[in-house]
Design a protein around this ligand. Sequence first.
Ligand code: C2O
Length: 537
Amino acid sequence: CRVRHYKFNVVMKNTTRLCATKPIVTVNGNFPGPTIYAREDDTVLVKVVNHVKYNVSIHWHGVRQLRTGWADGPAYITQCPIQSGQSYVYNFTLTGQRGTLLWHAHVLWLRSTVHGALVILPKLGVPYPFPKPDHERVVILAEWWKSDTEAVINEAMKSGLAPNVSDAHTINGFPGLVPNCSSTKGYTLNVEPGKTYMLRVINAALNEELFFKIAGHKMTVVEVDATYVKPFKTNTILVAPGQTTNVILAADKGSGRYLVAAATFMDTPVVAIDNLTATATLHYTGTLSSTPTMLTSPPPQNATPVADNFTNSLKSLNSKKYPAKVPVTVDHSLLFTVGLAVNPCPTCKAGNGSRVVAGINNITFVMPTVALLQAHYFKIKGVFTTDFPGNPPFTFNYTGNPPANLQATNGTKLYKLPYNATVQVVLQDTGIIAPENHPIHLHGFNFFAVGRGLGNFNPKTDPKKFNLVDPVERNTIGVPSGGWVAIRFRADNPGVWFMHCHLEVHTTWGLKMAFLVDNGKSPNESILPPPKDLPKC
Ligand code: C2O
């Protein structure tokens, strides 16, 4: 195993998109930021130097961080942010992990422009469990705002209303064809006829779940969130913010130019809808560039069936070499409601300063001013409590009147787990204002998505239908609007681990909580001591 060194200079950079130039926060001046390459079991050291006026922290989304929570990155959860002029070396090992992940800023809304790919190749000499593609490409989907994203969210929090949606989506940094701005170029994916390509598709957008599609070509899905899945063919993939999907594309058309598109998943225009579709071009070498792009129908928008079909097709590979280690018994069985509600009184604001009440089990999470992991490790009192409820404080009835979510209380509450406990969390959407999935992300673990359904979760009948054989394993899961998902994981990683909706606006409103996992009995089941350069608050 090797040690890989990277240096991330966080700097402002004037960047032109949609025919306008603005300074954005970047890593090394690039949007999207640099790709980190490593192999399974390698150690990665990234020195992050903050040259901007904002506080910065970087999260390695999906990296397990076994016993190294200090390197996880969410500001005020596992570390204090890196202040202007300061630096911090993130030091972690990619134990038993390979595949595509992403890294992104984890403070304020900086991740809108501060993000990039984390590519973990298998160990040297270990093949993929599918035919080796001839080439590999990273495809990052994201959003672009004409105004400054920090201003967008600050304005929204002041007004108490939902923030503006982005002005465009992007594929590898570019919106592609956009009306009223002919100089906006798109990304070109050059392919050689007859070759195969692995596309490592990452959704780094702040607030939009995206469909991704290539005209005239099917894709074979082989991996999600850095875990192998049973391969299947599809026209369209669905990727939520924080999720990654590896597909194999066979360049079997001989020649031509084909449209590549990313578009949002929204059923009905209720709160925030953005019709803009990002485009790119699949270009066969040897094709004259004057050849017209073949257009296809854009990715579907009223598309719950397409989304469900894709989601239901995802199954763990569960081979001899890559078994699905699903916990079959459960020590902690939890039910968490995931909900938003708009206060009907226009001038009333919830504890988070917004008109929107957001919470898990009616708790609106309040960010502390001391990092939770430090408070836990150094036994600093008064920073958090461990009374996060394992069940909602009301009898949930999705089909009845909306539950009393307006009564949410504020708190920095954690749910405490003994080392190695097996945990089941049913995430129940209360589906009041938005039609979209809530992509819930758990730090520090992968989990198995053992069940999914619409309406209320039924604790008597639904568990009988759980898939404990080959459920998909991931780190971010869409909780369907008006429905639920059940996840299982083993608490084999001591530390403090954030769980939140990966739609940044929902996180800002308070759709977040954290688990505290105790040390085990032996020293190698305990969290390692903090590094010397850990930032101070
Ligand atoms: Cu990718 Cu806590 O986030």
